[in-house]
Design a protein around this ligand. Structure first.
Ligand SMILES: [Fe+2]
Ligand SMILES: [Fe+2]
Length: 461
């Protein structure tokens, strides 16, 4: 009898060892945040956590821990938490919408490290990596899985593109207001607006890019800032920058022109060409912006760099003039997005250039100003006909570009919106397909505003 009492049955033994192992993982995750990975105590903790997990896995090839509302469960029973360590671990998992964690035999210290890295990210950043499990897989971890909660309310998609775009617009305006009045920047809100934009770009960039194609010049500066942010992040992602780098780039791009709040508004808003003196004032905005942003510690330092360098060209021209200083990669990227957006926007004193005219001018008339490789990438990506561009087809139908083709930038996917024949209304045509080879784009239609209702519907989808 006494022997039976002192030797737990295999199931209980398993529960105890899982409880111990999870407590050690939890303590390791917490200590990592406190001391950093290089600390010897932290090294000891991760080794202890791995050893403990392997022990628990000795009698069972897989441990599945389900995250319930109030506790972690193993085979539908709460995992004991005698030390109270598991509560904060449970919260971490909840916040990241993780519904189940599976450890399997062979789990290694690097596997646990990547799992801890996932838990150290904010829920938003983790979502940008495609969620916890995609992140673990992308890092080659197969012995730890962190599956999402299946609750539909938790897995609902992010806000619609129009909401994301408008949210970013409001933030761009608030940021300029804050800089102008010397108030602190709403950095956390800016970060979350940029996170939403990146999320929207990653799930369906069509709608967001269509919104960027439409603008009114009364909100010029904020729309311009948001568009430059969207184009820069699109290019940054294409270049293979990490999510964190794309985020910092997005914030910097959103704030690149804040220095304009220090330029007299009659100069910024002048509905005509600037005089030489007015230009002198205008040319001060990069330095003024960089100065304002450099003092804000919670911002990535890249923001001040990009504000300073976004009018400095690769050939040494532009302003402020620092000789043959080579701008940062992010600044070179923002310069391209900035020029493109400025050229394709209607201004009181000139009509807008069409996307193909703007790209053509940058590629063939002023190519020395830009990083050639980035510009080539942007041209093929933005395409001669970016999403949201209205085009006239050789059939005389009016269509809107709804998708790009990397292989054939001149032959995107279009949707017919104003056909000569009713039959073709709403037809989606991939011009890159050989069966449509006789059809081509004859010109870019303007103004886009005539078809605004269509784009609104697209953006809200
Ligand atoms: Fe600027
Ligand atoms: Fe700009």
């Amino acid at each position: 009898m006494s022997a039976e009492m002192s030797t737990p049955n295999p199931k209980d033994a398993m529960r105890i060892s899982v409880s111990e192992a999870l407590a050690k993982v939890s303590v390791y995750v917490r200590s990592l945040g406190l001391y950093g990975r290089a600390h010897p105590i932290v090294e000891e903790m991760v080794n202890a956590a791995q050893e403990s997990l392997l022990q628990a896995l000795a009698s069972n090839p897989v441990i599945s821990v389900v995250v319930t509302e109030r506790y972690l469960a193993l085979d539908s029973f709460p995992v004991e938490d005698p030390t109270g360590c598991l509560q904060s671990f449970l919260e971490l998992l909840h916040e990241r919408q993780i519904g189940e964690v599976l450890f399997s035999a062979g789990v290694s210290v690097p596997d646990i490290d990547v799992f801890a890295e996932a838990l150290s990210m904010s829920a938003e950043t983790l979502a940008l990596h495609g969620g916890s499990d995609t992140f673990l897989k992308s890092r080659g971890v197969t012995n730890v899985k962190a599956l999402r909660e299946t609750d539909e309310t938790q897995t609902a998609e992010g806000p619609a593109a129009a909401q994301v775009y408008n949210g970013a617009l409001v933030l761009a305006e608030e940021a300029m207001e804050a800089v102008a009045t010397g108030m602190p920047l709403p950095v956390a809100d800016i970060r979350s607006a940029v996170t939403d934009s990146l999320h929207s770009l990653m799930t369906d960039e069509t709608a967001l890019l269509a919104l960027a194609a439409i603008r009114s010049y009364d909100r010029y500066l904020s729309e311009h800032s948001v568009n430059v942010c969207i184009f820069s992040m699109m290019l940054g992602r294409d270049l293979g920058l990490t999510v964190e780098e794309v985020m910092d780039l997005g914030i910097a791009a959103l704030l690149h022109d804040v220095g304009k709040v220090f330029v007299p508004s009659e100069v910024v808003k002048k509905p005509g060409k600037l005089t030489e003196e007015e230009w002198m004032e205008m040319r001060k905005h990069p330095v003024a912006g960089a100065r304002a942003l450099a003092g804000m510690r919670e911002l990535p330092s890249l923001s001040a760099t990009v504000a300073l360098e976004h009018h400095m060209y690769m050939d040494g021209t532009g302003y402020p003039s620092l000789g043959h200083h080579q701008p940062h990669l992010s600044s070179r990227l923002v310069t391209i997005a900035d020029t493109y957006d400025a050229m394709t926007t209607e201004r009181p004193y000139r009509t807008r250039w069409t996307p193909d005219e703007a790209i053509g001018w940058m590629l063939y008339e002023t190519q020395d100003r830009y990083d050639r490789q980035l510009l080539a990438r942007f041209a093929s990506r933005a395409g001669m006909f970016p999403i949201g561009t209205f085009v006239k087809l050789s059939s005389d139908d009016l269509a809107v570009v709804v998708g790009g083709s990397r292989q054939s930038p001149r032959r995107p996917v279009v949707k017919v919106v104003a056909p000569r024949s009713r039959r073709r209304q709403g037809q989606v045509v991939n011009l890159a397909e050989s069966r449509h080879r006789l059809l081509s784009i004859t010109k870019v239609a303007r103004p886009v505003e005539v078809l605004l209702p269509y784009v609104d519907a697209l953006a809200a989808a």
